[in-house]
Structure formats: C-alpha cells, structure tokens
Design a protein around this ligand. Structure first.
Ligand code: C5P
Length: 227
C-alpha cells in the first residue's frame, strides 16, 4: 500500500463489476478488453497501490480471471445490491467504491479522495459541467438550465464504511434505488465533499465510449498513469 497517511485504519476498494453490459452489447462489460486488458483488470490495477484489499462483485458464471490481485463475490441484480454485498464482504474502516466500467483512474484522484474522506466521511470524484444544458420537451428546446454549480458525478467515491452501510440500510428499508452511493449519503442530509475528477474517468457505456477508450488506452498505457 502506498504511503497515504490521511486515514487511520484499513481501506478497501469495492468494485461493482456485475453489470450485464446490455448497452455495449459485448457480454458483461467488466470483461471487455481495451488494448489487451479488461476494464476490470484496469480498474483493479489502478486501485491496488492505494488500498489494503480489493473486492469485486461479478456476474454469475464469470469467475475472477487468474492473476488479478482481488477477491471476488457474486454481485446482485442492481448496482446498489452489488455494493451492499461488497460492503458486507469487508471489515475495512474506509471504502472506495469504483465502477469497473471506468478503467482510467489517475492516482491523483484517489489521493485527493482519501484526504477528503478523512475530513468529511464521504466524498466523490466529480467534474464541473462544461456543456450548455437545456431541458428538452418532446425533442424541442424548452428551458435553459443554468450550469453554474452543476457537477457531473463520477467514481471513485470514498466513505467511512459504517456511514455508507447506514445509508444503504436506510435506502433498502425505504425501497429507494440510486445509481451511485454518494447519493444515498446526501439523501440523509449528510455532507458529501466534491473532489475534482478527471475527463478520462468517463464510464464506458456505449460502443462509442469503447472506441474512445481504445484511443485513451494508447496514450495511457504509454505513460502509465499521467498525473
Ligand atoms: O450499468 P452501469 O454502467 O451504470 O453500471 C455501473 C457499474 O455497476 C458497472 O461497473 C457494472 O458492472 C456495475 N453493476 C453491478 N451489478 C449490477 C449492475 C451493474 O456491479 N447488477
């Protein structure tokens, strides 16, 4: 583990990787390769230097590929369920939850996140929105949405594990579903720090994203991990 001294206690990386990859159309997305390495392998490799253990949630029938420095569990029917299971598979004090589908994770984002978690207990990588935003109605421009103060939320997201467990338990009890974990903390009225993310942390979702990932990989793999 690298010398990140912000936090006392153990840190685990939790990687939900149990999605079916329907929109990509290439089987379970985590196993799709970009320049010879799966999205999962890239995400695991990016987190290993910063944590004490890496746990991944995988789809049924897809074992952990040999040689990956991680432990695997069976994922759930939703991302939220996969993270819930991962949270119960570790005793770490701090967890970093990261989508396998975001393979290019700069180390600087991880260290900034760990520092923020030590201060607030919950933090997420996020990018200020750069595009003009509008609300559409049946394909027509309806209203301009002011983009000031708007952020696009990424992963990783970091938490004190006890806090995230509490937020997940509350969401389950109320039948609330979310596409990320920081949202579950925020809905309890608790603070979530926004830490500058990175454009390269985009989520591979569509075939177009995969083409972009191939292009990024050529540069990323040549420079290892750009700061
Ligand atoms: O589908 P989406 O790209 O939003 O999924 C985000 C992450 O959650 C992916 O890494 C995916 O593998 C994971 N996931 C999961 N269990 C599910 C659905 C998605 O671990 N049931």
């Amino acid at each position: 583990m690298s010398s990140v001294c912000f936090l006392a206690g153990r840190t685990a990386a939790l990687i939900p990787a149990a999605g079916s990859g329907t929109r990509l159309g290439r089987g379970p997305k985590a196993f799709v390769e970009v320049a010879g390495q799966s999205l999962l392998a890239r995400s695991v490799a990016a987190l290993v230097p910063w944590v004490d253990e890496v746990l991944v949630a995988l789809p049924e029938g897809f074992p952990l590929p040999p040689g990956l420095p991680a432990q695997a569990i069976l994922g759930g029917a939703t991302r939220q369920e996969s993270v819930w299971r991962l949270l119960h598979a570790t005793t770490a004090d701090v967890v970093l939850v990261h989508d396998a589908a975001r393979p290019f994770l700069p180390g600087a984002v991880v260290t900034a996140l760990l520092e923020a978690v030590s201060e607030t207990g919950a933090a997420t990588a996020a990018l200020p929105v750069a595009d003009t935003l509008v609300r559409g109605e049946r394909g027509r421009w309806a209203d301009l949405v002011p983009r000031e103060d708007l952020w696009a939320v990424q992963t990783p997201q970091g938490f004190r594990r006890a806090l995230l467990l509490r937020a997940h338990a509350a969401a389950r009890a109320e039948g609330f579903g979310a596409t990320d974990d920081a949202g579950l903390i925020a809905r309890l009225g608790l603070p979530v720090r926004l830490v500058p993310g990175d454009a390269r942390l985009f989520k591979v979702t569509t075939p177009g994203d995969l083409a972009l990932a191939q292009a990024v990989a050529a540069v990323w793999d040549a420079t290892c991990d750009a700061p």
